[in-house]
Design a protein around this ligand. Structure first.
Ligand code: CP
Ligand code: NVA
Length: 309
């Protein structure tokens, strides 16, 4: 049956490990997998802006032997003039997979329900699962086995990155800690899902309002912008709330001596992270950005191998 990747827990713990292992192999041997040879086309839609996701999918699809068709959704009929369901049915006649950055998670679900080709979430308001594959790959390069390691995310606990850290981290068997203001805590149902997964994998989940408690002894410290795409109107109110949740040298000192710092980028120095951290010795954000390429190639190859027909 065709598989989709709409949220991090669409991959089981064993499947996530398989994709990460394949990503490591593809990083070492860039053209080892050519499932799109033909070439076949992958449609990539953007309802929001992007640098890394756009480039990494374009390059990755070409590396797999295929052709990327990158479309800003405003240039297509999708959404405004044509339903998601009709778009899904048209696309499956021509492309091998659909990658979509959008607002509502429900749109991705509708696309996946209406098509026979794999659909990949390239960021929604709720999750950023492709980014998490890259983040876990980056942590794995440093620490090897991820099971039992502690992953701390501080900042906006209610955004797509926080939710993906919860699900993907728990799937990897990590101890996931979210440090966020009470009004920006992660969604309760996602915390519950992460806890349920952690029970199977040996991981755990902690949600706290203390950034220091979250970071204490952590092997991975991560953060993200305080103002996600689509939240620009709330900027002033958000900057006022998140002041105590910036990652600085003091917070990094709470973490393990060998801790790494992750940020999905784009980053706002002086807000969610100080330059001394993101440009300092613990930061692996450039490896993390590069790993988008390797992780997504592995994901696409894995999904295409399981496609109907
Ligand atoms: N991290 C990330 O998704 O970056 P872009 O918005 O540039 O794609
Ligand atoms: N939370 C951020 C991630 C950007 C890659 C946003 O949605 O804008």
């Amino acid at each position: 049956m065709t598989r989709h990747f709409l949220r991090d827990d669409d991959l089981s713990p064993a499947e996530q490990a398989e994709v990460l292992d394949l990503a490591l192999r593809l990083k070492a041997d860039r053209f080892a997998e050519r499932p799109l040879e033909g070439p076949q086309t992958v449609a990539v839609f953007f309802d929001k802006t992007s640098t890394r996701t756009r480039v990494s999918f374009s390059v990755g699809i070409a590396d797999l032997g295929g052709v990327p068709l990158i479309t800003a959704s405003g240039d297509s009929q999708l959404g405004a003039k044509e339903s998601i369901a009709d778009t899904a049915r048209v696309l499956e006649r021509m492309v091998a997979a659909i990658v979509w950055r959008t607002f509502a998670q429900s749109g991705l679900e509708e696309m996946a329900a209406g098509t026979t080709v794999p659909v990949v979430n390239a960021l929604s308001d709720d999750f950023h699962p492709c980014q998490l594959l890259a983040d876990l790959l980056t942590a794995k390069e440093r620490f090897g086995d991820l099971g039992g390691r502690t992953l701390a995310y501080v900042g906006d606990g209610a955004n797509n990155m926080a939710h993906s850290y919860l699900l993907a981290g728990a799937t990897a068997g990590m101890h996931v800690r979210i440090g966020a203001p009470a009004d920006y805590a992660p969604r309760a149902d996602i915390v519950e899902d992460a806890r349920r997964i952690a029970e199977q994998t040996g991981g755990s989940v902690l949600v706290t309002t203390s950034a220091a408690e979250a970071a204490r002894g952590a092997h991975v410290v991560a953060t993200d912008t305080w103002v996600s795409m689509g939240q620009e109107d709330e900027k002033a109110q958000r900057l006022a709330v998140f002041g105590d949740y910036g990652v600085d040298d003091e917070l990094m000192a709470e973490a393990s001596d060998d801790a790494i710092f992750l940020h999905c980028l784009p980053a706002y120095r002086g807000y969610e992270v100080e330059a001394s951290v993101i440009d300092g010795p613990a930061s692996v954000v450039w490896d993390e950005a590069e790993n988008r390429l390797h992780a997504q190639k592995a994901l696409l190859a894995w999904l295409l191998a399981r496609k109907d027909g």
